[in-house]
Design a protein around this ligand. Structure first.
Ligand code: ADP
Length: 298
């Protein structure tokens, strides 16, 4: 299992667009003063925000900002040091099955001997229970999820035999089979082919009509601006949260990305998310990164 993220150099132009929707229905997800730490060192600190019912939120920040940590805390994979998370107004645990999580591809052991339809059926476990056999309805939901992701023909293949884009679609199909109210996707657009990117964006639009609340982490400011109602700019602490044209300002992007941004004439912003500038590298973090093996990012 990979323990560190691949760092790609990308220059991204930010075009400020209008956001899509007004959000005036009841909250689905609330975080109040949430702190999550590894070995006593906070990766998320005092984070408070509320995501309204059916909103599509892009979680944006540089490598190491705490985006994956946030998602893992939201599905209970990491303990919370301080604060609380509410789903439908209730503490974590009450609505666990409502939240589907698609991890980064590199966090998954793709050599595990399991077929595509077995993986997607895992999305039904909350309704099945561990000892019950899948019903006809469960099988139909699984087949329908595979079809929606355009991989119905791959059902009997082993996940190790798939391309990166196909593997991503399998995990999206598994999330769909769960029929979630909240869908969390960690970097679904990184390292996949354009067809899979488009299929993912198409799926998001379909889920909009079903009022599924969506949080996606991405480095891509352009994509966040074009396709999401809200952006949540994070760098360990919450820097800004709101419609893209409000949350992305020179000041907030500077706070998040530091010396990695370059302002161009006409307001375009170039972000280099390859590596943090040397003066921002925390030697302790470097030490941590090298000691992740075993208990690391996977
Ligand atoms: P992002 O997803 O924004 O790149 P992460 O949530 O992966 O950020 O990491 C946030 C911080 O927590 C980083 O400093 C990272 O090194 C640290 N971290 C992540 N996972 C672990 C772990 N298992 N053990 C110790 N530190 C970790």
């Amino acid at each position: 299992m990979a323990i560190s993220k691949s760092m790609t150099r990308r220059n991204l132009q930010l075009a400020i667009n209008n956001s899509h929707s007004s959000l005036d229905t009841p909250a689905r997800l609330e975080l109040e003063g949430v702190t999550v730490a590894y070995n006593g060192k906070p990766a998320l600190q005092d984070v408070t925000f509320m995501v309204q019912h059916g909103a599509h939120v892009a979680v944006v920040g540089p490598n190491g900002a705490g985006k994956s940590t946030l998602f893992k805390a939201l599905v209970g994979l990491l303990p919370i040091q301080k604060g609380r998370i509410l789903i439908h107004g209730l503490p974590m645990g009450h609505h666990k099955e409502c939240v589907a999580y698609v991890p980064q591809r590199e966090e998954v052991d793709w050599s595990f001997p399991v077929t595509v339809d077995d993986v997607v059926m895992m999305g039904r476990y909350h309704t099945l229970g561990w000892l019950k056999r899948p019903s006809l309805h469960d099988q139909e939901v699984v087949a329908g999820s595979l079809e929606r992701m355009g991989i119905g023909n791959l059902a009997r293949l082993s996940i190790s035999d798939l391309s990166g884009g196909q593997q991503q679609r399998v995990f999206l199909a598994r999330a769909l089979a769960q029929e979630p109210h909240i869908l969390l996707m960690d970097e679904p657009f990184t390292g996949v082919d354009i067809g899979t990117q488009d299929a993912t964006l198409h799926l998001l639009e379909q889920l909009r009509s079903q009022q599924v609340t969506i949080l996606i982490s991405t480095h891509d400011l352009n994509l966040a601006t074009k396709h999401f109602d809200q952006v949540l700019l994070l760098n360990r602490r919450l820097i800004s949260y709101g419609p893209p044209e409000v949350a992305f300002t020179t000041e907030t992007l500077n706070q998040a990305f530091g010396g990695q941004i370059l302002l161009m004439p006409g307001g375009a912003i170039i972000v280099d998310d390859c590596c943090p500038p040397a003066d921002k590298v925390d030697p302790e973090t470097l030490h941590d990164e090298h000691n992740h093996a075993g208990g690391g990012k996977g």
